[in-house]
Design a protein around this ligand. Structure first.
Ligand code: FPP
Length: 253
């Protein structure tokens, strides 16, 4: 029988996740308003999506707005929401032509009606895209996502709709916003910071991490390829030993 972990280790990178950090510092360095950094950041998103498609990545998760970002000055929050609306409208045809399926994760109850409506339309229109799934994390926090999933499960358990014995890692994952999306293989964070900042906490349990020194607006195809080349050198062990991974026996974790 094919060893699942052995094959996963050799499998191509399927899901890339990115913490797009450094927009503000990019702008500050140029004496520009912070929003210029975010605007330039959108260009980096567009280029990165194109490059991911070129190299055959199937899932791209982008941390666009965290639960904590609601605490930023209202002007910046409004500008980011406006940028998102512009992005969804300007990229609509590109997503449809390119087979890009949009999926938004996060707590939508905090988003405005107009943003929720635009997301719902974009998700519905792109639902059949098969080339790349672009997962936009908006109003997203990993702990919040896990709590929402736990509350939903607890409610079902109280009502007797689910047996506690049924709840394992696989079952729990289906209650997360990322249900049915494979876990990220590689997480990139730009701007030299080395933190997870509440992004995909559950899903990155076995992800490889890569830290790029460039600010997000400067992230380009060359930077992406550096990260991909580094990833290719990694040996993923999923908590097992080399011998187990090299054998044909399934360790049955
Ligand atoms: C972090 O930089 C970036 C964000 C909080 C927002 C990311 C948003 C974009 C790239 C643009 C919008 C994206 C889409 C897909 C519409 P920062 O502001 O924390 O930078 P700093 O740490 O240098 O201040």
């Amino acid at each position: 029988m094919e060893n699942q972990h052995k094959s996963e280790r050799k499998a191509p990178l399927q899901h890339l996740a990115i913490i797009m950090d450094g927009n503000g510092r990019w702008a500050k360095k140029r004496s520009l308003p912070r929003i210029s950094g975010h605007q330039q950041g959108v260009q980096a998103v567009v280029q990165t999506v194109d490059e991911c498609i070129k190299v055959g990545i199937r899932y791209l998760s982008l941390f666009a707005f965290s639960s904590e970002n609601w605490g930023r000055p209202q002007k910046e929050v409004d500008a980011l929401m406006e940028l998102l609306l512009q992005f969804l409208s300007s990229q609509r045809q590109r997503m449809l032509d390119g087979g890009i399926r949009l999926r938004v994760i996060g707590d939508r109850s905090r988003l405005s009606e107009s943003v929720c409506a635009a997301i719902a339309v974009a998700e519905a229109e792109t639902a059949t895209g098969e080339t790349l799934t672009m997962i936009l994390a908006l109003s997203y926090g990993g702990r919040d996502e896990i709590l929402r999933a736990a509350k939903q499960l607890a409610g079902q358990a109280i009502r007797g709709e689910i047996d506690l014995q049924e709840i394992d890692n696989k079952k729990f994952s289906t209650y997360l916003d990322t249900a049915e999306i494979p876990e990220p293989d590689l997480l990139i964070r730009t701007s030299g910071e080395r933190r997870i900042s509440n992004f995909l906490l559950w899903q990155t349990a076995y992800a490889e991490f890569y830290f790029s020194e460039v600010f997000w607006p400067d992230f380009d195809a060359a930077e992406l390829h550096k990260a991909l080349a580094d990833y290719q050198q990694r040996k993923r062990r999923f908590g097992l030993t080399d011998d187990q991974l090299d054998s044909d026996i399934d360790p049955q974790l």
